[in-house]
Design a protein around this ligand. Structure first.
Ligand code: NDP
Ligand code: KPL
Length: 304
């Protein structure tokens, strides 16, 4: 199977590197700056699961070499429109499109562009690029979950499973990927909301009573909005998510907090903002979600 990975940043570099490590053919679609950097340094992963260095196959959007069996989208949400246009020439009528972005709002434009070729996906991992462009992966979790949107064990999803099998990361085929994606969306909206609002890793946010109460309220507001729009979420989701956050290392940060610390743009419009809009449309009060969103929007408006 020929796999194209659109983006070679934190998650694209990590999962793409793990596939390269097992000998799977992968090509990275990159833009000029990242191309130059990777040509100089190769793809370097530094991880508690073991380091890896390899020479990646790189292409840019104008080097239209062939179409691919699967394209994995690993850009930030604010680059979605651009990347949809850039990958079109690399997709044919049978190319699987696997997005790994956090959130849900990207599914609609992707399905509009690629229809039934779009499957579901998400990842649980803490990874970022350092100044040299090395992929720094820092927590015990390094999981990628994927599946047909209707949960079926289709021939094409089995082929993808074969390509992922044996790679040194938690590649898992799900029979309920849409629920998994909504659950991850609730988790990341709360986790990035609380860690950016408190400018703190998750440990203190879960342990200090005032912060914990804010987090509990946020989790309940998120679930209330998701219920109002008939998202396929499980009962008791706020408690499940709190338990998950309690299990995490105290030092664990969201990628949104890391982006703020680096002075970068964030995905708050895609995560908190989208859900806030759905809450308003349904007449729900979501004051903590609104404060979390406003806080990051102010940061974005003030940064140079
Ligand atoms: N980092 C993490 O720990 C986790 C992240 N996520 C989610 O994964 C997604 C990606 O995050 P992350 O990996 O951290 O982001 P990064 O910013 O590290 O990587 C994104 C990469 O996409 C590249 N890119 C953007 N547009 C294009 C394009 N048109 N063609 C080719 N490459 C492009 C960027 O390249 P360039 O250098 O050219 O700008 C960048 O290297 C987000 O939705 C995030 O929420 C999910 C779980 C964990
Ligand atoms: C919380 C975490 C690290 C889990 O994957 C994440 O998705 C993110 O920060 O973007």
């Amino acid at each position: 199977m020929n796999i194209l990975i659109a983006g070679a940043g934190g998650i694209g570099g990590y999962f793409g590197g793990r596939l390269m490590e097992k000998g799977q053919k992968v090509t990275f679609l990159v833009r000029e700056n990242r191309k130059k950097q990777l040509e100089k340094t190769d793809l370097v992963i530094e991880s508690p699961h073991g380091n890896f260095t390899g020479k990646p196959d790189l292409i840019t959007k104008d080097q239209r070499d062939q179409t691919y069996d699967a394209i994995i989208i690993t850009t930030k949400a604010y680059h979605l429109e651009e990347v949809i246009n850039d990958i079109k020439p690399f997709a044919d009528e049978s190319t699987l499109i696997l997005p790994l972005l956090n959130g849900i709002a990207h599914m609609e434009p992707l399905i509009e562009a690629f229809g039934e070729r779009v499957i579901g996906g998400l990842c649980f991992i803490e990874t970022t690029l350092n100044a040299e462009g090395h992929v720094i992966q820092s927590s015990p979790i390094h999981d990628l979950v994927y599946g047909e949107r209707d949960g079926s064990p289709s021939e094409r999803i089995m082929k993808l499973q074969e390509a992922f099998e044996g790679a040194h990361a938690g590649f898992t085929l799900s029979e309920n990927i849409m629920q998994d994606m909504w659950h991850k969306y609730s988790f990341i909206t709360a986790m990035s909301g609380i860690t950016t609002l408190m400018r703190s890793p998750i440990g203190p946010a879960v342990k200090l009573p005032a912060a914990r109460q804010t987090l509990e309220r946020l989790l309940h507001e998120i679930s209330a909005v998701m219920h109002a729009i008939d998202a396929p979420i499980a009962e008791g989701l706020p408690d499940m998510q709190m338990a998950k956050m309690e299990e995490m290392k105290d030092e664990m940060k969201s990628s949104m907090l890391r982006d703020m610390e680096k002075g970068l743009q964030t995905e708050t419009s895609h995560l908190q903002g989208w859900l806030l809009g759905k809450g308003k449309e349904n007449g729900l009060e979501t004051p903590v979600l609104e404060a979390a969103f406003a806080h990051v929007k102010i940061y974005e408006s003030l940064k140079s």
